[in-house]
Design a protein around this ligand. Structure first.
Ligand code: NAD
Length: 265
């Protein structure tokens, strides 16, 4: 019996085998969950269908989260297969490339701000609202992905840091809103991982190296490790956990390491 046996999970945000959402889907499948996936656009459809087949699933649905009509259709279509389900994963983030390259004050535009918050934050609220009638009967669990750039400035992360701060506040407000129905809402704050979204951030490689050097564990985390933590948060073992931002970052965020030892001898 896996940790998620008997549970059904809808995962939004698989784009490649490197996606954090792919690590989560792998772990959920290993732990016995039934999986449904969405894809952002036609270009990703074939790839996502292949990933679903790895989980013995044919449940794949288009969903551009910028479009309310597509969100509505997603749950109508999912409802034809599952009357209700247990887990909604939101692993979606986006800001236009010009927002993630250069000095924050200079590059942040009204439109860049709007898009980053619409796609990376509002979509979680919109999905939660649309999913609520199907999650409520099973006292469902919702999970999103955030990053430490919400609390600390990171070079070139810029407006995404603001969006992540808003996303983390959304976790708390959604937890308070859905808690009386027995539903839980949490986030994982992952350390930097090389994915398609991350490659849009200028000098991301440098960030990875810096984390590796300064993290108590002296290495970056993997999508498998994020998947395992997500399994816990979305399982009944975390039945008392909601409104939580759980760090899966090798200890970087709390790091009490005032100085890095010089290994060069
Ligand atoms: P990824 O590129 O694999 O995933 C991003 C996903 O967002 C893709 O599946 C993409 O299709 C989806 N997306 C973007 N715009 C969309 C839209 N309009 N409609 C529907 N889907 C849309 O990258 P990832 O790193 O796995 O990102 C997943 C989440 O993890 C993001 O929220 C990201 O900010 C967060 N995160 C990433 C890191 C990292 O270092 N990679 C660290 C912490 C948090």
């Amino acid at each position: 019996m896996g940790l998620l046996s008997g549970k059904r999970a809808l995962i939004v945000g698989v784009a490649s085998k490197l996606s954090i959402a792919k690590g989560i889907a792998d772990a959920f499948h290993r732990e016995g969950a039934e999986i449904a996936l969405t894809y952002q656009n036609d270009k990703l459809q074939g790839r996502v269908e292949k990933f679903a087949a790895e989980y013995d699933s044919t449940l794949t649905f288009p969903c551009d989260v910028a479009d309310d009509a597509q969100i509505e259709t997603l749950f109508q279509d999912l409802g034809k297969h599952w009357e209700s389900f247990d887990i909604l994963v939101h692993s979606v983030g986006y800001a236009p490339g010009d927002q993630l390259d250069g000095d924050f004050t200079d590059v942040t535009t009204r439109e860049g701000f709007r898009i980053a918050h619409d796609i990376s934050v509002y979509s979680f609220i919109a999905l939660a609202r649309a999913a609520r009638p199907m999650l409520e009967p099973r006292k469902g669990s919702l999970l999103t992905l955030t990053y430490l750039g919400s609390q600390r400035t990171m070079p070139n992360y810029n407006v995404m840091g603001l969006a992540k701060a808003s996303l983390e506040a959304s976790v708390r407000y959604l937890a308070a809103s859905l808690g009386p129905s027995g539903m839980r809402v949490n986030a994982i704050s992952a350390g930097p991982i090389r994915t398609l979204a991350a490659s849009g951030i200028k000098n991301f490689r440098k960030m990875l190296n810096e984390f590796e050097r300064q993290t108590p564990m002296r290495r970056n985390v993997t999508i498998e490790e994020v998947g395992n933590a997500a399994t816990f948060l979305c399982s009944d073992w975390a039945s008392g956990v909601t409104g939580e931002i759980m760090f899966v970052d090798g200890g970087f965020s709390f790091s009490a390491m005032g100085a890095i030892e010089d290994d060069s001898g």
